[in-house]
Design a protein around this ligand. Structure first.
Ligand code: DC
Length: 221
């Protein structure tokens, strides 16, 4: 199977780019952030304080069954059979996802699932530790980044479009917290793999970035 890894901080355009390239190649797109978000959602629903109650989150894991299905080429994520694809896209769950992603037991469960999917499908997988840990043998590895303000602006517009009541300052603050939390955690932090290519999309439109990265990947597979 051919696997492509795209890592980088949130809002760099990973998912839009990965989706577009997957469609072009006929590969499946695997959004691993959605899996951490689903664990975050399960914990929040149980009233667990994800910022501090590691034991609470770990004890919940055996009860969490995550599944991924593709409907018209779009990834849907299920928590114990319930389609939670939209419910995981709120600022509250973004934060909870970043909290639970620090926990080793959570990561081990997610990584097993991700590797199993990649074993059976040509795929483009996006996340934070795909090139460094999940798919170390990926055929192409990209580390995608952009200035924090650029990324926050992109996320802000996305949230506004969905009708979320947020300010740019809140989104920026959230993003700075998550960047720090994701990069400084002890176990499998957000990090560029030595053999990944760094691509900085600051100042590019999303369309320009999609074209650039599509070309980059097509040349290599
Ligand atoms: O990509 P995203 O914003 O949907 O990810 C949500 C959170 O999950 C993010 O704060 C980092 C974490 N994450 C991770 O630690 N490892 C991954 N492979 C994917 C996401």
């Amino acid at each position: 199977m051919i696997n492509i890894a795209i890592d980088g901080p949130s809002g760099a355009g990973k998912s839009t780019i990965a989706k577009a390239v997957a469609k072009e190649l006929g590969y499946i797109y695997i959004d691993t952030g959605a899996m951490y978000r689903t664990v975050g959602l399960a914990a929040v629903r149980r009233g667990i304080d994800t910022a501090s109650d590691i034991a609470g989150v770990v004890s919940l894991l055996p009860e969490i069954e995550i599944d991924i299905k593709y409907v018209d080429g779009v990834q849907h994520v299920y928590l114990n059979g319930e389609d939670v694809s939209s419910l995981i896209r709120t600022p509250e769950i973004s934060l909870a996802a970043s909290h639970v992603a620090v926990i080793r037991e959570v990561r081990e469960k997610m990584v097993d699932f991700q590797r199993e999917l990649a074993k059976h499908h040509n795929c483009i997988m996006d996340g934070r530790d795909i090139g460094t840990n999940v798919l170390t043998d990926a055929k192409v590895k990209i580390f995608l980044t952009a200035d924090t303000k650029d990324r926050a602006q992109r996320r802000y517009l996305e949230l506004k479009e969905k009708g979320e009541e947020v300010t740019f300052e809140e989104v920026l603050k959230d993003m700075e917290f998550r960047d720090k939390n994701d990069s400084s955690r002890e176990y499998m932090p957000l990090k560029k793999a030595d053999d990944a290519t760094l691509i900085d999309t600051t100042g590019n439109s999303l369309e320009e970035s999609v074209e650039l990265i599509k070309g980059f990947i097509l040349e290599r597979i």
